[in-house]
Design a protein around this ligand. Sequence first.
Ligand code: G1P
Length: 295
Amino acid sequence: MPAAKVRKAVFPAAGLGTRFLPATKAQPKEMLPLVDKPIIQYGVEEAVHSGIRNIIMVTGRGKSAIEDHFDVSFELENLLESRHKKDLLKIVRQVSDLIDVSYIRQKEALGLGHAVLRSKELVGPEPFAVILADDVIDAETPCVRQLLDIYEFFSAPVLAVMEVPKEAISAYGCIDAEPVAHNGSKDKVYRIRDLVEKPKAADAPSNLAIIGRYILTPDIFESIAAVEPGSGGEIQLTDSLRLQLRSRPIYAFKFEGKRYDAGDKLGFLKATVEFALLRHDLGGPFREYLKSLKL
Ligand code: G1P
């Protein structure tokens, strides 16, 4: 039987964004712009380009700018129309036309697993993607699309992973896994043996870190509901997957593409610079400017 189609993507977006204070005192971190697009829009566009149009945002207090951003803005559209700003009008409309979006609140920030559990009713009994917008991934084939291909082949949950330096692994979920030959390659797909959230470098089973893209099956909700708080006293998605692993195989995929941690100041700056360099309208003059900075 073919794997059920993935139609929905969940975006946990209730975090407080303390790493970006004071910029995030009155605006959500997901709305900080990389060049001229909010961080979260990169994730939403990745979902759309992967064939997923139903977006579920798990938000919290002070996140209404996200809702406004993905809504129609009549005043702005009227103004742009009256001023014949067709290109800008297209850019503004594209955002609201892209998706069908629903919102659910996570009243307390009790962890990633808890955030995903909040989406249970909206997801229903079908597989779904989870996208952590802080992880911005620049890839020829969108990362979620890459994961969907693996999901469709194995009919099983799939997580995105990448190799990180051993000393950095304690910032991530980490997998213990065996490679599985797939499509002529032997070091991209892994069958997970075990996984652990934010291990100490010395205890980490590998240097394969979980990156914020997951294709999950609806039975994950039972596992989330059953786990105790873990790392940081939070309900962790990694711990829930560990429990789910007792009843079904779970795979990991070393995706192609470059990942930026836009939730971290240095990562955010790197993404800003590199995305600006890639832009047709800005890349040339920006490159010249950077060269002129005798670094
Ligand atoms: C979350 C997950 C972690 C994963 C990371 C990727 O952690 O819990 O397993 O490696 O995202 O960005 P966070 O960065 O939210 O602490």
